[in-house]
Design a protein around this ligand. Sequence first.
Ligand SMILES: *Cc1c(COP(=O)(O)O)cnc(C)c1O
Length: 234
Amino acid sequence: MNEDQQISKNLKTVLAEIDKAWSLSRNSLTNRMQVPSTPLSPPALVAVSKRQSSTRVDACLRAGQRVFGENRVQEAKERWSSKKREYKDLKLHLIGKLQTNKVHDAVEFFDVIEVVDRFKLAERLSIEMTKQNKNLPCFVQVNTGEEPQKSGIFPGEVDEFIEFCRKECKLNVTGLMCIPPFHEETAMHFSLLREIALRHGLPNLSMGMSRDYREAITFGSTSVRIGTAVFGER
Ligand SMILES: *Cc1c(COP(=O)(O)O)cnc(C)c1O
């Protein structure tokens, strides 16, 4: 199998698995009771193209995928600037830590900012959205495992932070994002994120990566960020 065929096959498999996990959670009565927010359509696939070769990314585009996630602003601009002109329906999500000095470029370049995780950043995003006359959908990143090395607002601060983003900064907060600790059961983290979203009436949950997206979907994920399972190892 050549690279094109492999990636097209991976993509089909992942989309089928997403559908399957979503139907299962919709149809199970226990889950219907536990998950009042079970989404009405299957979760969106954000194909995480960071550090993947351009031949793999091109193969994925040829296979029809249009939503991609990148974790660095500069790398994303290099890869996607020309493709954005070619593919008008591309949607790019920023999923990696955003430094305040990159906010201008991030707002200019991305369609969704998934990593709003601190007060200073929310303020800078707000100023930049106004300047560029944009109101990009934003996700608040929650550090559900309170890991010091990881980005994300801690659960204890999240209520105040969401209010701040919405009321003071007028950011278009549409959901929450998390990356559970690597060595822990993910269930607790996914259900915590869902609880916070329900409490704030936020419709979107960005949770689930290659190794845990099926489980994330049973907890009501509305978009999964998948790199390895689509493109292969980085
Ligand atoms: C790299 C990355 C992913 C994709 O991880 P895979 O294990 O390759 O699916 C998802 N989310 C974030 C925030 C990432 O940095």
